[in-house]
Design a protein around this ligand. Structure first.
Ligand code: CMP
Length: 139
Protein backbone atom coordinates (compact mmCIF):
# COMPACT_ATOMS: atom_id res chain seq x y z
CA UNK A 1 0.00 0.00 0.00
CA UNK A 2 1.07 3.60 -0.50
CA UNK A 3 2.21 4.94 2.89
CA UNK A 4 3.82 8.03 4.34
CA UNK A 5 6.68 8.11 6.85
CA UNK A 6 8.47 10.86 8.75
CA UNK A 7 12.17 11.32 8.07
CA UNK A 8 14.64 13.66 9.77
CA UNK A 9 18.04 14.50 8.31
CA UNK A 10 20.04 15.05 11.51
CA UNK A 11 22.54 17.79 12.46
CA UNK A 12 25.64 15.69 11.65
CA UNK A 13 24.40 15.38 8.06
CA UNK A 14 23.25 18.99 7.54
CA UNK A 15 26.63 20.14 8.94
CA UNK A 16 28.44 18.11 6.26
CA UNK A 17 26.10 19.39 3.49
CA UNK A 18 24.67 15.91 2.83
CA UNK A 19 20.99 16.87 2.44
CA UNK A 20 21.01 16.40 -1.33
CA UNK A 21 23.03 13.17 -1.22
CA UNK A 22 20.58 11.69 1.30
CA UNK A 23 17.53 12.88 -0.64
CA UNK A 24 19.00 11.22 -3.74
CA UNK A 25 19.04 7.87 -1.86
CA UNK A 26 15.34 8.29 -0.98
CA UNK A 27 14.30 9.24 -4.50
CA UNK A 28 16.34 6.43 -6.11
CA UNK A 29 14.53 4.02 -3.74
CA UNK A 30 11.16 5.19 -5.06
CA UNK A 31 10.27 7.41 -2.11
CA UNK A 32 8.79 10.81 -2.96
CA UNK A 33 9.59 13.82 -0.76
CA UNK A 34 6.06 15.24 -0.42
CA UNK A 35 6.92 17.75 2.35
CA UNK A 36 10.21 19.13 3.62
CA UNK A 37 11.38 21.86 5.99
CA UNK A 38 14.71 22.87 7.49
CA UNK A 39 14.50 23.99 11.11
CA UNK A 40 16.37 24.16 14.36
CA UNK A 41 14.72 21.99 17.03
CA UNK A 42 14.24 23.63 20.43
CA UNK A 43 15.12 21.64 23.52
CA UNK A 44 11.40 21.29 24.25
CA UNK A 45 10.71 19.93 20.75
CA UNK A 46 13.57 17.40 20.96
CA UNK A 47 12.44 16.17 24.38
CA UNK A 48 8.83 15.86 23.19
CA UNK A 49 9.76 14.13 19.91
CA UNK A 50 11.94 11.55 21.70
CA UNK A 51 9.70 11.24 24.78
CA UNK A 52 9.51 7.42 24.43
CA UNK A 53 13.26 7.34 25.15
CA UNK A 54 13.19 9.66 28.18
CA UNK A 55 14.26 6.94 30.65
CA UNK A 56 17.14 5.79 28.44
CA UNK A 57 20.72 6.64 29.42
CA UNK A 58 21.31 8.37 26.07
CA UNK A 59 18.27 10.69 26.23
CA UNK A 60 20.07 13.85 27.42
CA UNK A 61 22.93 13.44 24.99
CA UNK A 62 20.50 12.68 22.14
CA UNK A 63 18.54 15.89 22.83
CA UNK A 64 21.81 17.88 23.00
CA UNK A 65 22.85 16.45 19.64
CA UNK A 66 19.48 16.98 17.95
CA UNK A 67 19.51 20.67 18.95
CA UNK A 68 23.17 21.20 17.94
CA UNK A 69 22.37 22.33 14.40
CA UNK A 70 19.68 22.43 11.74
CA UNK A 71 17.62 19.38 10.85
CA UNK A 72 15.52 18.71 7.77
CA UNK A 73 12.12 17.19 8.56
CA UNK A 74 10.42 15.50 5.65
CA UNK A 75 7.49 13.32 4.70
CA UNK A 76 8.37 10.44 2.38
CA UNK A 77 5.60 8.76 0.39
CA UNK A 78 5.63 5.50 -1.52
CA UNK A 79 4.87 1.79 -1.58
CA UNK A 80 5.49 0.44 1.97
CA UNK A 81 7.25 3.72 2.78
CA UNK A 82 7.91 2.93 6.46
CA UNK A 83 9.75 -0.33 5.75
CA UNK A 84 11.33 0.94 2.53
CA UNK A 85 12.80 3.95 4.34
CA UNK A 86 14.16 1.70 7.12
CA UNK A 87 15.91 -0.45 4.48
CA UNK A 88 17.47 2.62 2.85
CA UNK A 89 18.59 4.04 6.24
CA UNK A 90 20.17 0.80 7.54
CA UNK A 91 20.61 -0.22 11.19
CA UNK A 92 20.55 2.43 13.95
CA UNK A 93 24.19 1.68 14.77
CA UNK A 94 26.26 2.31 11.61
CA UNK A 95 28.62 -0.48 12.74
CA UNK A 96 25.72 -2.89 12.08
CA UNK A 97 24.36 -1.22 8.92
CA UNK A 98 24.39 -3.04 5.59
CA UNK A 99 26.57 -1.91 2.68
CA UNK A 100 24.98 0.80 0.57
CA UNK A 101 22.71 2.15 3.29
CA UNK A 102 22.66 5.81 4.36
CA UNK A 103 23.95 5.06 7.84
CA UNK A 104 26.74 2.77 6.60
CA UNK A 105 27.91 5.42 4.14
CA UNK A 106 27.34 8.64 6.13
CA UNK A 107 26.71 8.09 9.87
CA UNK A 108 29.41 9.11 12.36
CA UNK A 109 28.16 7.11 15.38
CA UNK A 110 25.06 5.45 16.88
CA UNK A 111 23.98 8.93 18.06
CA UNK A 112 25.11 11.02 15.08
CA UNK A 113 23.53 8.55 12.68
CA UNK A 114 22.49 11.05 9.98
CA UNK A 115 18.79 10.15 9.69
CA UNK A 116 15.72 9.26 11.71
CA UNK A 117 12.78 7.33 10.27
CA UNK A 118 9.46 6.30 11.81
CA UNK A 119 9.40 2.69 13.00
CA UNK A 120 5.72 1.94 12.30
CA UNK A 121 2.80 3.36 10.32
CA UNK A 122 1.12 4.35 13.59
CA UNK A 123 4.17 6.27 14.83
CA UNK A 124 4.59 7.78 11.36
CA UNK A 125 1.17 9.45 11.63
CA UNK A 126 2.06 10.92 15.05
CA UNK A 127 5.53 12.04 13.93
CA UNK A 128 4.26 13.60 10.68
CA UNK A 129 1.68 15.60 12.66
CA UNK A 130 4.47 16.77 15.00
CA UNK A 131 6.12 18.69 12.13
CA UNK A 132 3.54 19.26 9.40
CA UNK A 133 0.02 20.49 8.85
CA UNK A 134 -1.90 18.41 6.32
CA UNK A 135 -1.94 21.45 3.95
CA UNK A 136 1.90 21.41 3.86
CA UNK A 137 1.99 17.86 2.50
CA UNK A 138 1.60 17.81 -1.28
CA UNK A 139 1.50 14.32 -2.79
P1 CMP B 1 16.61 7.43 16.03
O1 CMP B 1 16.08 6.52 14.97
O2 CMP B 1 16.47 8.89 15.76
O3 CMP B 1 15.88 7.10 17.41
C1 CMP B 1 16.49 7.32 18.66
C2 CMP B 1 17.91 7.77 18.54
O4 CMP B 1 18.70 7.67 19.71
C3 CMP B 1 18.64 6.88 17.55
O5 CMP B 1 18.16 7.11 16.25
C4 CMP B 1 20.09 7.27 17.83
O6 CMP B 1 20.46 8.44 17.11
C5 CMP B 1 20.06 7.64 19.31
N1 CMP B 1 20.81 6.72 20.15
C6 CMP B 1 21.90 7.05 20.86
N2 CMP B 1 22.36 6.00 21.54
C7 CMP B 1 21.53 4.97 21.28
C8 CMP B 1 21.50 3.60 21.69
N3 CMP B 1 22.39 3.09 22.53
N4 CMP B 1 20.50 2.82 21.20
C9 CMP B 1 19.57 3.34 20.35
N5 CMP B 1 19.56 4.64 19.92
C10 CMP B 1 20.54 5.43 20.38
Amino acid sequence: AIERTLSIIKPDATRRNLTGAINDRFEKAGLRIVAQKRLRLTREMAERFYEVHKERSFFGSLCDFMTSGPVVAQVLEGENAVARNREVMGATNPANADEGTIRKDFAESIEANSVHGSDSAENAATEIAFFFAETEIVG
